[in-house]
Ligand binder design. Structure first.
Ligand SMILES: Cc1ncc(COP(=O)(O)O)c(C=O)c1O
Length: 433
């Protein structure tokens, strides 16, 4: 198997500069598995390359948005055409209205859309909408669920201190203690406990936010349906965080894929086609809080962002969605993931390494454990050090992936998969050693 070329003087110099000017020498995003100096020079299709002359088959995909692959010709052309007409206006523009219409056509819960620039802001806005609508403060989120980097979202994301539900554990320095008083934490995939928490707190509950597939934990049968039922019973808005799943699991996202419609959804990643755009969408009755002419002064939510609804991101989103509407796109995407996921599982089984391959066909990864994985707490039993080693072995064999995610794209070819599967087999062979 080919190994990575050693770091070039150019990459070393860049890394030195990054160390000098950027905390941790990173954007804060990259898994620590790569922080010995992986600096991306460019990408095209299913491939990215670094400054040392190494090329990788990319299953990180910009952490999900690049569902068509890098520099897709239709997306590049859309940018080219838009650039001549200006890149940002702060005003409603033609392209963003078209994108709003397309989102409402595609996403079951979407009657209206408000745009943001990041998924973090979209989930933050969704929580604020629920709070404004219900005139209450408490939001229930799930342990292990990730909704971006706001003070609310960062409660109980990867807690190592396990406390009783529904008490939150802050996941970052700098979060005011008072935020914890506005959040409830429940165990994903445990409908009984979640229902009991909702029943006990429904009078003060503003909303429930959930990743329909939490990280790479699919919902157990009946979980999302039960959550829908109990939130509807108490008139509590259910928010799906579809930043990962939107336009990836299906054109209508996880709500189409799993057949459960929330009241609000946060979209990001794919909807912007790799440019900074995200959105909150949902029932008009809740979304009207953004319309000063439709609600009383104290019901109004001002939502202002310099780059929100940016026309370049709008046209790249529209170009991406147009590709996804082409016949067979989702079948191809699911088939790609299915083949890779099955091969990963087979390689681990043949090597007799205890492992669970968790997720859905378009996003998945391995937990090194022989125990079933359904909740955040069950994931703690998995061997994280082994996963880090596996990621590293794959990187050395030209396969780039996230810390705990393989994202697949429409750009991955059969020959990419052949090469990836060979690399996986070889990496698995070296895993124990
Ligand atoms: C489920 C989920 N929600 C929200 C976010 C935050 O989105 P962004 O990174 O655009 O702020 C992410 C980012 O990965 C995510 O995975």
């Amino acid at each position: 198997m080919s190994r990575r070329k050693p770091q070039s003087p150019q990459e070393k110099a860049l890394l030195d500069k990054a160390r000098r000017y950027m905390p941790g020498a990173t954007l804060g995003n990259a898994p620590s598995d790569y922080d010995d100096g992986f600096i991306v020079q460019g990408g095209r299709g299913s491939r990215v390359w670094d400054f040392s002359g190494n090329e990788y088959i990319d299953y990180l995909l910009g952490s999900g948005p690049m569902l068509l692959g890098h520099a897709h010709p239709a997306v590049v052309e859309a940018v080219r055409q838009q650039l001549d007409q200006g890149s940002t206006f702060f005003l409603t523009n033609g392209a963003i209205i078209q994108l709003a219409e397309e989102i409402c056509r595609a996403v079951p819960c979407a009657e209206m859309v408000r745009f943001t620039t990041s998924g973090t802001d979209a989930t933050f806005q969704a929580m604020r909408l629920a709070r404004a609508y219900r005139r209450r403060d408490l939001i229930l989120k799930f342990e292990g669920g990730f909704h971006g980097s706001s003070d609310y979202a960062l409660q109980s994301v990867t807690p190592t201190r396990l406390v009783d539900f529904p008490t939150p554990v802050p996941g970052s320095a700098g979060i005011p203690r008072a935020i914890g008083d506005t959040m409830l934490i429940a165990p994903f995939n445990d409908l009984d406990t979640t229902t009991a928490i909702i029943q006990a707190h429904h009078e003060k509950l503003a909303g429930v936010i959930v990743e329909p597939m939490q990280r790479i934990l699919p919902p157990v049968p009946g979980f999302l349906e039960g959550l829908r039922e109990v939130t509807a019973r108490y008139g509590v808005p259910l928010i799906f965080d579809e930043v990962v799943t939107g336009f990836r699991f299906a054109y209508g996202g996880a709500q189409e894929y799993y057949g459960v419609t929330p009241d609000l959804a946060a979209l990001g990643k794919v909807v912007g086609g790799g440019y900074p755009l995200a959105a909150v969408c949902g029932r008009a009755e809740i979304m009207r809080a953004y319309d000063a002419s439709a609600v009383a002064g104290d019901e109004f939510i001002p939502q202002i962002g310099t780059l929100n609804g940016n026309p370049v991101a709008a046209v790249t989103g529209l170009a991406t969605l147009a590709e996804l509407r082409k016949a067979g796109a989702y079948q191809r995407l699911h088939a790609t993931g299915h083949r890779l996921r099955a091969a990963l599982l087979r390689a681990l089984e043949q090597a007799e390494i205890p492992a669970v391959v968790s997720g859905e066909d378009t996003v998945f990864d391995v937990y090194f454990t022989d125990k079933p994985i359904t909740t955040y707490r069950s994931t703690l039993a998995a061997d994280g050090a082994m996963l880090k080693r596996f990621n590293r072995l794959l990187l050395d064999r030209g396969i780039l992936k996230g810390g705990q995610k393989f994202y697949v794209s429409l750009a991955h070819t059969d020959s990419d998969l052949d090469q990836t599967i060979a690399a996986i087999k070889d990496a698995v062979g070296h895993l124990r050693g």
